[in-house]
Design a protein around this ligand. Structure first.
Ligand code: GLY
Length: 337
């Protein structure tokens, strides 16, 4: 925990929240807050906020929040998402609470809410991650039902178009509505958002942090590919003494640098959330060099005081911040290149 002496030391180095970019919520103390990735975070935050405003637990908030996105028949999270290159939708998810309990599933098929299965892994098994057939078997044993096989209408259309060339070429910022194209519409015909991942972190009225992350991964990926989202320390990390962070974008590169664990360790050193995300991004840029232009990666982070921030590799990432019923807004993240 940060004590006063430590705080003064950091202040003298200009390393506290006040000294760096990042946002401070209007109300001090244990004012709950939830933040989440991309445009879809707005709708997800609303569900999370219902839990937080009633003094509910951050863990429940981040689970219920991202379930909204998993339920959308949009293109890139949940069973409505784009498939892998063999035509199957495979889902990854993780969740982590204030006690460093965590659970994850990967390469999971035909289960509507992988985030709920991840929580069951955390609470009802001695393990952290279950994958593929084993994850599905476990889900069924916990009362989840197998959804019907096949693709959503939008995903089927996208898959047919993709088959024409069969090129694996992830689209940067596909998750953002400003990136709208005919091939990747942001607001789909059913009103849902197009995005590949939703990550969410929250601080509750008791002052506890939790986080969640759920995705269908990159569209048209190789069969069996797993990204960063279910990997604790890559796509998601929570340390209740320090903060919580979640990643989105090119999962391989988030894994390569231990993305969210890096962000938390920087916050532990005293960096404000936005600055910690920036420093982590600088590390990624150094690793990727000139190839950085080909990818997008973004981090969002929240600290124990409810201060939040974000940073992305290149322009186009935004995140949603909610601190009240009518205080739920999108913020454009700063970028490196
Ligand atoms: N960030 C999501 C993925 O790469 O799977």
């Amino acid at each position: 925990m940060f004590n006063r002496r430590k705080f003064l030391q950091l202040s003298s180095l200009g390393l506290t929240a006040a000294g760096f970019s990042g946002f401070r919520p209007k109300t001090a103390g244990n004012q709950p807050i939830v933040i989440s990735t991309w445009d879809a975070g707005i709708d997800a935050n609303k569900a999370a906020w219902k839990v937080l405003r009633n003094k509910g637990r951050a863990l429940d908030a981040v689970e219920q929040g991202v379930m909204v996105t998993e339920s959308s028949q949009g293109c890139c999270v949940g069973l409505g998402a784009n498939p892998d290159r063999d035509g199957y939708v495979t889902l990854d998810a993780s969740i982590m609470d204030e006690f460093a309990n965590c659970g994850a599933v990967a390469f999971l098929e035909r289960i509507k809410h992988p985030i709920q299965v991840a929580r069951k892994v955390m609470e009802n098994t001695p393990h952290v991650m279950l994958v593929g057939e084993g994850a599905q078997q476990f889900a069924l044993s916990q009362g989840f039902v197998l959804e019907k096989e096949g693709l959503s209408k939008d995903a089927e259309t996208e898959y047919k178009k993709w088959l024409e060339k069969s090129e694996y070429k992830p689209v940067i910022n596909i998750e953002n509505k400003k990136h709208q194209t005919a091939f990747a519409p942001a607001r789909l015909s059913d009103g849902s958002w197009n995005h590949d991942t939703i990550g969410m972190v929250a601080l509750d009225a008791a002052g506890n942090l939790s986080g969640s992350c759920t995705t269908s991964g990159q569209g048209f990926k190789m069969r069996g590919r797993v990204g960063d989202s279910p990997i604790i320390g890559a796509g998601l990390f929570v340390d209740n003494e320090v903060g919580a962070a979640v990643a989105t974008g090119q999962g391989e590169d988030v894994i390569r640098m231990g993305g969210t664990h890096t962000v938390i360790e920087l916050m532990r050193q005293g960096y404000a959330p936005g600055q910690a995300c920036k420093k982590a991004m600088e590390r990624l840029l150094k690793i990727k060099g000139s190839k950085a232009k080909e990818i997008q990666v973004a981090f969002i982070a929240l600290n124990k005081n409810g201060e939040h921030g974000a940073y992305c590799l290149q322009k186009g990432f935004n995140y949603a911040v909610c601190t009240g019923d009518d205080q739920n807004t999108l913020i454009e993240a700063k970028y490196l290149i």
